[in-house]
Design a protein around this ligand. Structure first.
Ligand code: PXP
Length: 245
């Protein structure tokens, strides 16, 4: 069974730092520690309101790690220019509303394809792997493939909230994504308790997890949480292999 990558979203290290206005805790130090503990990559979301990660963090993390950096960003000209200047390994386009506390739903790629298509083309031509953060909705997956995205990240928020039928939608969405030639990732709201069934979907290649990991690090320490999450994912992936064989 292929290795399921774990991307650690360190936004909320910056949230904590910003609460006191100083330099501690340092997002780059957290990124390095997560990688040392086995994370396959680091994710940060430079929001338009800069409520957690700031421009200087992006520059420091980009320069300070060798593991892949996945930059989440709104599909705007400003963000596209920042991505072109910093050249992360990947860019994941997410919907952004100022008043939301987190990314509440998937991107409407089908409804915004005119705006998104040139952004995807420009980022891809700079060597950045472009991803769309979408709900597991066939129309959105088809639109993502149609505008030339390389990757879709399936929004697991509704699944994490226990909405009936969501795991099945993720399973079917992952299959459809791969059949359309897209690499499939997933994330949002994942925890020790709910990650297993998503990790077991064989088409999913990467999970991006943030809030739970940083919160749980208060109790267990960041390296231990990263190791434990990676182990839960590995075991869930392994039992999926056995079920298929
Ligand atoms: N993936 C994307 C595209 C996101 O926007 C977020 C939240 O920033 C996550 C994954 C991680 O979600 P959580 O912090 O709930 O683990």
């Amino acid at each position: 069974m292929n290795h399921l990558r774990l991307g650690i979203n360190i936004d909320h290290v910056a949230t904590l730092r910003n609460a006191r206005g100083g330099a501690h805790p340092d997002p780059l130090a957290a990124a390095l520690m997560a990688i040392e503990a086995g994370a396959d990559g680091i994710t940060i979301h430079l929001r338009e309101d800069r409520r957690h990660i700031r421009d200087a963090d992006l520059v420091l993390v980009r320069a300070g790690i060798t593991a892949p950096l996945n930059l989440e960003l709104a599909g705007t000209k400003e963000m596209m220019e920042i991505a072109l200047a910093t050249k992360p390994h990947g860019a994941c386009v997410v919907p952004e509303k100022r008043a939301e506390v987190t990314t509440e739903g998937g991107l409407d790629v089908a409804g915004q394809h005119h705006t998104l298509r040139p952004i995807v083309a420009t980022l891809a031509s700079a060597g950045i792997r472009v991803s769309m953060f979408v709900d597991p909705d066939p129309d959105q997956l088809r639109a993502s493939a149609d505008i030339g995205a390389a990757v879709v990240e399936l929004h697991t928020g509704a699944y994490a909230h226990g909405r009936p039928g969501e795991l099945e939608r993720l399973v079917e969405g992952a299959r459809l994504a791969v059949s359309l030639g897209l690499e499939c990732h997933a994330g949002h709201g994942l925890t020790y308790d709910n990650v297993g069934p998503v990790a077991a979907i064989p088409e999913v290649m990467e999970l991006n997890i943030g809030h739970f990991i940083i919160g749980q690090a208060v109790f267990e320490g960041l390296p231990q949480v990263v190791r434990r999450m990676a182990e839960i994912m590995r075991l869930a992936r392994g039992s999926a292999t056995q079920a298929v064989v």
